[in-house]
Design a protein around this ligand. Sequence first.
Ligand code: PHE
Length: 514
Amino acid sequence: MQQREQWNSRLGFILAAAGSAIGLGNIWRFPYVVYDNGGGAFLIPYFFALLTAGIPILLLEFGIGRLGGGSAPLALSRLSRRFEWLGWWQVMICFVITTFYVVVVAWSLSYFFYSFNLNWGTDTKAFLFGTYLGVPDGVVTEAGWKLGGLQWQVFLPLAAVWLGVYYVLQRGVRRGIEKVSRIFMPILLVIMVLFVIRAVTLPGASVGLNHLFTPDFGKILPAFLGGTNPDWASVWIAAYGQIFFSLSIAFAIMVTYASYLDKKQDVNNSAFITAFSNSGFEFLAAIGVFAAIGFMAVSSGLDVKDVATAGVGLAFVVFPQIINEFPTLNGTFGALFFLSLVIAGFTSLISVIEVLIAAVMDKFRLTRKATVNWICGICALISLMYVTGAGIIFLDIVDHFINNFGIVIAGLLEVILIGWFAKATSIREENNLVSDFKIGSWWNVMIMGITPLVLLVMTYQNFTVEFSKAYEGYPFHALLTFGWLMLAMTLIVTFVLTYAFKWKTAAHEGGVQA
Ligand code: PHE
């Protein structure tokens, strides 16, 4: 067995962890979540969620990875044989995410090139869905799908992203992931700062920022505290949802990355630094995005609420419009925005695939080279389904189900199994022994009490909403296949990987028992 790789430096580890955390979610999701959930007042639930769940779980995952010294299934099975399957389930969730996240990075890459000549024209929506994605009319009906064939204009950037991913992962942890993070993360920060400076100096920027930050405390409080929003609890749930997704926790990513730490390396301080860099970046992005939205609203005489949105609509419909409206240097501004999406997305993508690589290497005792060939090959093949005309619909459904059920339930199981049954305290104590500062017993209260409670409520709420109406009004067969059956598949493969194969890694026996 070859020696397990380690990060070259603490900074390298932190940059890689931040590279995973800072992703599309920070740029296209966070700004709208704040705007939609009480503006400035949302910062209260946000920081509450960060301190009660985000940082505690980050500490937990760093601890599991560092102590376990292996991929998620190996590290968890070293805590207890009964936990191995949970690691594989997280691996399967990462597998599913990989296959569509890579496609969004590819779209961003296309749009980076399109921005130089504003190729998207004036009707950016028609361009996205018609010309670029090639979505056929009546793409999904009760009767079935219209696939619309492979879209070469999406296939080419996708192939380019896969080549990049393949190259970095073949080079390994130090020479690949760490190096890319060291180069890309500072560049990303510079790009974001330039983008924000340009955005806030646009006419109308302050209108957008006022909409973003003006606090609406009524929205976050229950009625007996003066709240005006009967659905105030969903604001708090949105805060937890954002923190989970944004920090890349409950995906086993942070377990995997921490497993490459030198055993004597600090983890507590690194967790705080990672979390705060992620939040800092998120705020920066929100300022840039809403300043640009304010500019768009004022220059086209619309209301901010008619322009503000998130996700695909924000990045590929509204932003191209904003860029069209620009007084000067449209191309440069567009390129900066889309390059930030490409870079932020790429470093997150690498992290999510490394979860698969590490797990397969550990269990089957394969070399990195062979594992990367297999994993990238299989994922690349599956990602082709999102390159058809129906791809964006597949993506929308898979993304919705994996986030609302996969990640949330895996997170719930993680805190319950480890918090209640695996002596979480000893993980905290082990972390404290090597860290710059110590974490007190408040952490146990979060991991064993508050976080499981919130996740339980979230799971309940997600199921209720799901059963009360068809997601996006899609036909039942579509939700069944790409939602429920997809989730069932992840579970079936999980149990096959856990129980049908024996560990080829002898090191499995010599684990640290918490
Ligand atoms: N933290 C990432 C983001 O904000 C989430 C993510 C990580 C998604 C890795 C996929 C893969 O976008």
